[in-house]
Design a protein around this ligand. Structure first.
Ligand SMILES: [Zn+2]
Length: 81
C-alpha cells in the first residue's frame, strides 16, 4: 500500500466516523464545507478537525482546506431541535 492509499483509507475511516455524525446527525448539522463556488471534496482535501461541546457531548467537525485556493473552510453548524 502506498502512502497516498494509506492516507485515503485513514481519511475514509475518519469521514465514516465523524462525517455521519455531523452531516447526518440528529443533534447538530454541519453545513457542507464550501469554497471557490463548490462543495469541497472531503476525500480530496486535506482535513483538520475541530471539537465542539454541545449538551455535554463532543462533536468533531470537519475543517478541510480548499484544494483550489488552499484556504481553510471554517466549520459552520446549527442545532437541530
Ligand atoms: Zn477555495
Amino acid at each position: 500500500m502506498t502512502r497516498d492509499e494509506q492516507n485515503l483509507a485513514e481519511k475514509k475511516l475518519l469521514l465514516a466516523i465523524h462525517g455521519d455524525e455531523v452531516f447526518k446527525g440528529k443533534i447538530i448539522r454541519q453545513e457542507r464545507p464550501f469554497c471557490c463556488g463548490a462543495d469541497i471534496d472531503l476525500l480530496e482535501a486535506r482535513l483538520t478537525f475541530v471539537e465542539v461541546k454541545i449538551r455535554n457531548r463532543i462533536f468533531t467537525l470537519l475543517e478541510p482546506y480548499c484544494p483550489l485556493c488552499g484556504r481553510k473552510a471554517k466549520a459552520t453548524f446549527h442545532l437541530l431541535n
